[in-house]
Design a protein around this ligand. Structure first.
Ligand SMILES: Cc1ncc(COP(=O)(O)O)c(C=O)c1O
Length: 386
């Protein structure tokens, strides 16, 4: 029996919600910003309300239950044992990524990524004087794979000191198998390249996939990586700015601590309460969410195959982000964007994720089935339909 009602669409317009009050103010179907449309579990709401009712919104003391909740979630969900001392809080994954990059690399050094990939990786690398080096994923017969030979060649360059991995991978919606993560870990460790594994979408896996925390991929990984994560994506609480970094390597952890202090970051009291409630009570919510997303992905795939077969979907097994290929429609991302908008849909342009993403669009399907159906009908009935 399902306890959560992801079929109920809450109207978020007029609430100051970025997805619905920006793109959603102009178009009926905003599918761009990577939030879900789903109400967080009631235990999160209650934890926040309780804190507010206590009248305590002053500077807080770090709640000891924060680390405990993360450790317990990692053991139950991913089978990974963490030491408390490895865990550091952070106001956001990209904040952590930047601090870790500053701790590990120097200006002028190379940071390796595998595009098409989350666009903020490029931002933090290039805005901070490092060079972005790309080892593009290879798309063959509708599936992406890693070009390990190319990756090793780029990792071998002595100027390459870090890799930012997206695990699971946004925007292609893919959960990397453990063996491939181990292969990345071994290559990087062989060539002195530190791995930052961004695991923002770790909880959203389906179609039989299982998330591997990078530090658990093999022996070589642990001391040569940091993993960053948050409950924001799965529980739809990105606006609370609560996330964390897991850094087993003591030297990198100390550098992270110094940078954190230097920036005068602290923690969000309400965010910490939300994380504790999410990880303590949210397992069932995530199980049902994953099932719902899998259903939406299947619906989208079947709808496209039946009605709009020139739009091809890369088969996902993680994230609520579908990666759609418009190249057979004779469209680059710019044209596809205009076409979709003229039918009332806003997706993210694929070229945001690097030149290799041109001709693709990223579709966030974390909405009710009804909204998905309405949007796809609008697309099908568009006068210049494909
Ligand atoms: C892979 C990935 N990392 C990081 C983020 C952003 O995280 P934060 O807002 O905590 O910086 C996103 C958001 O879409 C994401 O998809």
């Amino acid at each position: 029996m399902n306890n959560y009602h992801f079929d109920l669409q809450t109207d978020m317009r007029g609430t100051g919600c970025c997805k619905w009050d920006k793109a959603g103010a102009q178009y009926p179907f905003p599918f761009s910003v990577a939030d879900t449309d789903f109400r967080p579990p009631v235990e999160i709401e209650e934890a926040i309300i309780q804190k507010v009712r206590q009248g305590n919104l002053a500077y807080g003391i770090y709640p000891p239950a924060f680390h405990k909740a993360i450790k317990s979630w990692y053991e139950r969900r991913y089978g990974t044992k963490l030491a408390s001392k490895w865990i550091r809080n952070s106001p956001g994954l990209i904040v952590s990524a930047k601090l870790i990059m500053e701790a590990v690399t120097r200006v002028g050094e190379n940071v390796l990524v595998m595009p098409p990939v989350y666009f903020n990786f490029r931002e933090i690398v290039e805005k901070n004087g490092r060079n972005l080096v790309e080892s593009p994923l290879i798309l063959a017969q509708g599936h992406y794979r890693i070009d390990f030979e190319d990756l090793e060649q780029k990792a071998r360059d002595p100027r390459t000191t870090m890799m930012i991995l997206c695990n699971p991978h946004n925007p292609i919606g893919y959960c990397w198998p453990k063996e491939e993560l181990a292969q990345i870990a071994e290559i990087c460790s062989r060539h002195g390249v530190f791995v930052l594994s961004d695991e923002a979408h770790a909880d959203i896996v389906y179609n039989g996939a299982k998330h591997t925390v990078f530090l658990d991929s093999c022996e070589a990984a642990k001391d040569n990586c940091a993993c960053i994560n948050a409950p924001g994506k799965a529980f739809n609480i990105n606006g609370l700015y609560v996330s964390y970094a897991i850094i087993p390597n003591e030297r990198i952890r100390t550098a992270y601590d110094n940078a954190y202090e230097n920036h005068h970051f602290d923690f969000s009291l309400l965010g910490a309460e939300a994380l504790i409630a999410a990880y303590e009570y949210g397992a069932r919510y995530v199980d049902e969410l994953d099932e719902y997303i899998e259903g939406n992905m299947r619906y989208l795939d079947e709808f496209l195959k039946t009605n709009l077969p020139k739009i091809r979907m890369v088969p996902p097994n993680a994230t609520y982000l579908a990666w759609l290929d418009f190249r057979d429609c004779g469209m680059n991302s710019q044209k596809a964007d205009l076409f979709l908008k003229s039918a009332g849909l806003v997706l993210n342009r694929g070229d945001l994720y690097g030149a290799h993403g041109d001709g693709f669009m990223r579709f966030n399907v974390a909405c009710s089935r009804t909204v998905l159906e309405q949007a796809l009908e609008a697309l099908k009935n568009h006068p210049s339909h494909l």
